[in-house]
Every structure is written in structure tokens, then in C-alpha cells.
Design a protein around this ligand. Sequence first.
Ligand SMILES: [Zn+2]
Length: 149
Amino acid sequence: MISDVLIDRAIIEKVSIFTKLSLTVETGGFLYGRVNPSWVYITDYSKPGPNAVQTSEGVTFDRQYIIAYTDMKRKSKEYVIGTWHTHPPDTSCYPSNRDIKTMKSFLSLSKGLPQVFLITMLKKDEICISFYCLDYMGLPKVIPNIKFV
Ligand SMILES: [Zn+2]
């Protein structure tokens, strides 16, 4: 199980800006990087894409955009290692039932590569940042160690 996330500081800064700008609808995208059994290193993220469907309840990514971006990343040996998305301000950073379903489908498509799920939210003007993975029971667990590099 993943215990450590390494992430470029610039990615967290970008995602924080998107979180502050997306107050009425959710936004998000894929996360890219490298994995090892106990840690992931996040080197890039995608946006949802120009044809994404964004509501206050969730975001459905623009499939074509994501596929093209993922292909481009694969050339630099960066692989899909999860997703990020925002929650409406002052709600909860905990994964919804829909999020847990998404996490499970990502894991089943990832051919054994661990996946992480970043949820961000604006809470009283502060950005709440939580990383989750699924445990062997299929329940979300907070990843405790986040290192900014
Ligand atoms: Zn969610």
C-alpha cells in the first residue's frame, strides 16, 4: 500500500489555483508520474479538457483530450497514476460514493500499478489537500506522507 506521495510543488500550486477558481462546479484531471510499491512521484497533471462536463456534483473528463494528453506523457515515460478533482467549498475532502466507484475502476484498469486520488477543496479560504488510495477492502485510506519536491 502506498505510504508516500512525492509531488512537484508547482503542481500543487496550479491545482490550488483551479480549486479557488472552480467554486460552483467541480474540476479535475489525471495525474501522471512514476510509481513504486510504496510511493508515487507525481510529475504532471492534466486539465479536464475543453469538452468536459462540469457540474456541482462532479466532473466527467473530455475523453479525447485525456487520451491525447496521456499518449504524449507516455513518450516521456510518465504514466497515469490517478486523478485529481475539486469539491465545492466548505463541504468535505472525503471521497463520495461516486469517487470510490471511480477509484475502483481506475485500479482495475491500471494493471496492478497503484493509483492515488487527490481531492482538493477550499475551506475558509485555505486549500485542503488530501491524497487517498484504496485499501484491500476497497475503502479509501488517506496517504499520510506528502512530500513537496
Ligand atoms: Zn469527489
